[in-house]
Structures are given as C-alpha cells and as structure tokens.
Design a binder for this molecule. Structure first.
Ligand code: GSH
Length: 208
C-alpha cells in the first residue's frame, strides 16, 4: 500500500496519475497548503523542503519526496513507463520538466493568474518563457509521438498536468497542433482521467 501525501496541484497529480497507470493500491492523505500543513514538523520529517508530493511505501518502509524521484521509484518498482533502452531520453525530458517546465509555468501562474497587475516585469517575463515552452514542446512533438520518443513514459506523466493548466496560461494551446495532439491523446487515457480527479471527482483535463 502506498500512501500519497498530496494536494490538488500539477505536481500532486503527476503521482496520482502514475499510481493509476501502474494499478497500485494507494490512499491519499491530503496536505492543506492554504492552511500551511506542509510546514508541520511531522510533514517536514517526510519532506525536507515542506513540499508535496511525498509517498510512503508502507510495505517497503520507504519515504520518497520530489515528484521526479517518486516517478522514477514507481517506474522502477512496477517496470512501467521507464524503458531501459529509452532511459537516457526519458531522463532528459523528465529532468527538464522538473528543472524548467514546472518551475517556469509555476512562476507564470503566480504572476499572470494569481497576482495580475502586481509586476509587469514578472508577468511579461514568465508569459514569454511559458510561450517558448509551448513552442519547444510543440517542436519536439512534431517529430516524436511522446516526449521521449515513440512510447508514453514518466516524462509525459510529469509534463501533462502542467499543460493541463493551459486555461490559466492564456497562451492558446490549440494554436500548437502537435502539443494539442499529445495533450488530447493523454487526456483520453482512463488512468489519467482517474488520477487527474483524485481530489475532485468531477475534475477533467480541460479541453484545448
Ligand atoms: N520540485 C518539487 C516541487 C514540489 C512543489 O513545488 N510543491 C508545491 C505544490 S505544487 C508545494 O508543496 N507548495 C507548498 C509551498 O511551497 O509552501 C516536486 O516536483 O516535487
């Protein structure tokens, strides 16, 4: 049994989607970020930077923080979505999601969606960077079916919930035809639909 400590955010959804994809049993323990539960000393023992998601694999007595590390752990345990022959490609697209795509789109959420009007510099900067991310993903997906190549992998699982916030981004996902094709295809997966709605049963990936 896996215990998933999470909140209803893109980083949180990566792990519920992965757990659904690999068919593992899991229970969700909600961490209320608005109430600051991530800073509770008991939670900090699990997650040194006070961030969700975290999992505890109770059978193996292991605690793992950082969504990328959790995806790798679950992929290695299940033998799914992390093909050994494609690992170098998967790692590159996974790491760039963790180090660039997620953090930059996260800043765009802060300036453009949550705090418009507070900093023109911040709004412009992260709008442009986010637009470039859409362009670069679209370019990659013009040549490859999925981010790491021909197969769906943990790199796609990590990136999908961030693009699923496209309605906050105002960049116009439908203008990016390869990214839209990829997004629509992943949106239809049964496990993705289930994992996406892990905290709100009516929530579906928004249409482009
Ligand atoms: N690099 C981390 C980032 C995790 C992260 O930023 N989590 C956010 C929610 S999406 C969080 O816990 N925020 C609480 C806070 O910053 O106080 C990962 O991918 O796991």
């Amino acid at each position: 049994m896996i215990e998933l400590f999470s909140a209803n955010t893109p980083n949180g959804k990566k792990i519920s989607i992965m757990l659904e994809e690999i068919g593992y049993k899991y229970k969700v323990t909600k961490v209320d970020l608005d109430k600051g539960e991530q800073f509770h000393p008991n939670f900090k023992k699990l997650s040194p930077f006070s961030k969700i998601p975290v999992i505890i694999d109770h059978e193996k007595n292991k605690t793992i923080f950082e969504s990328g590390a959790i995806l790798i752990y679950l992929a290695e345990e299940s033998g799914k979505f992390y093909n050994i022959k494609e690992r170098l490609e998967i790692n590159q697209w996974l790491m760039s999601q963790m180090g660039y795509v997620g953090p930059m789109l996260g800043q765009h959420h802060q300036f453009h969606y949550y705090n418009p009007g507070k900093s023109k510099f911040g709004e412009d900067r992260y709008f442009k960077i986010s637009e470039r991310i859409y362009q670069d993903l679209d370019k990659r997906l013009a040549t490859y079916k999925f981010l790491s190549g021909e197969n769906y992998s943990i790199a796609d699982i990590a990136t999908f919930p961030w693009i699923a916030r496209h309605d906050w981004h105002d960049i116009g996902l439908s203008n990016f035809k390869n990214l839209t094709r990829w997004y629509n295809e992943i949106s239809k997966r049964e496990a993705v639909i289930k994992g996406f709605s892990f905290m709100n049963e009516n929530e579906l990936p928004p249409k482009p």
